[in-house]
Design a protein around this ligand. Structure first.
Ligand code: NAP
Length: 252
């Protein structure tokens, strides 16, 4: 694992894999910049991070949907730290499990606004902090559903396929010291997994188990990975949800 201490931005650190990754990286002495919308969870994380390593970890109450909030966050980071080493675009949501035409427009838009436009807001304002040093790693959290599909997750699939395309497109013009990848984290027992898989979520790895593998993987990404689609080891197999046949409808 890379020995030097890194400054790592992770969006969506209040729960799930973002929080576990922040804590695991902090344990290894890395400085965390994080954001999320839930103040109570951010306050408890701030305490846990300080206990893990006594550094000035920077946590922001910020919604990635807001270009202004992310711009302000980037300005604060630039003023306090000058630059950063790693960006993990992790914040994400899914819709309820519904057929596409049953998903209310507002719910569809929310997934697109957070998963695609939110990630883009972060990239827009934080990549410029990496450019002067021509150094950095950018990890856009994708999904198995950014490379395959789930029938009741159309907005989510659309958003994660977009993340794959966005990552590959940006990779073409990043200077050669900066690397961007799309990373499928595998299946992890988080709030999002419970909402999607129900009770089956409990058979998957915990965020803490996942963070051990992901930390090592992310810290060892190199410029040779630029534009790659990566997957965290031992991702887990999808439960048998997607075998539902198309309904047969008679026209008579
Ligand atoms: N769990 C899995 O099996 C799995 C599989 C494939 C991909 N992923 C991806 O992994 C990422 C994390 O998922 P998870 O399973 O950890 O989900 P989770 O437990 O539901 O956590 C989602 C995190 O994103 C944050 N977030 C959501 N909307 C936000 C917004 N508008 N602004 C800022 N933060 C926001 C949440 O914080 P607040 O609510 O406090 O804002 C929370 O910290 C997502 O991109 C997801 O698509 C997960």
């Amino acid at each position: 694992m890379a020995a030097t201490k890194k400054t790592v931005l992770i969006t969506g650190v209040t729960r799930g894999i973002g929080r576990a990754l922040a804590l695991e990286l902090a344990k290894h002495g890395h400085l965390i910049i994080g954001c999320g919308r839930d103040k109570t969870n951010l306050d408890s994380l701030q305490l846990q991070l300080s206990n893990a390593s006594p550094q000035n970890h920077l946590l922001f109450i910020a919604d990635v949907k807001s270009d202004d909030s992310i711009r302000q966050m980037a300005h604060t980071v630039r003023d306090k730290l000058g630059s950063l080493d790693i960006i993990v675009n992790n914040a994400g949501v899914n819709t309820a499990n519904l057929k596409f035409w049953e998903v209310p427009g507002e719910m569809f838009d929310n997934v697109i606004d957070i998963n695609i436009k939110g990630a883009a807001n972060v990239l827009r304002h934080f990549i410029p902090l990496m450019l002067p040093r021509n150094q950095g790693i950018i990890v856009n959290i994708s999904s198995l559903y950014g490379r395959s599909v789930g029938p009741l997750a159309s907005a989510y699939c659309a958003s994660k396929w977009a993340i794959e395309g966005l990552s590959k497109s940006i990779a073409k013009k990043l200077p050669n010291g900066i690397t961007i990848v799309a990373l499928d984290p595998g299946i992890i027992n988080t709030d999002m997994a419970v909402a999607y898989f129900g009770d089956l979520a409990s058979q998957y790895q915990s965020p803490q188990e996942w963070a051990l593998k992901a930390t090592s993987m992310i810290l060892n990404i190199t410029t040779a990975d630029n534009g790659a689609t990566l997957i965290v080891p031992d991702p887990g197999d999808l439960p048998n949800l997607d075998t539902e046949k198309r309904p047969e409808v008679s026209n008579n």
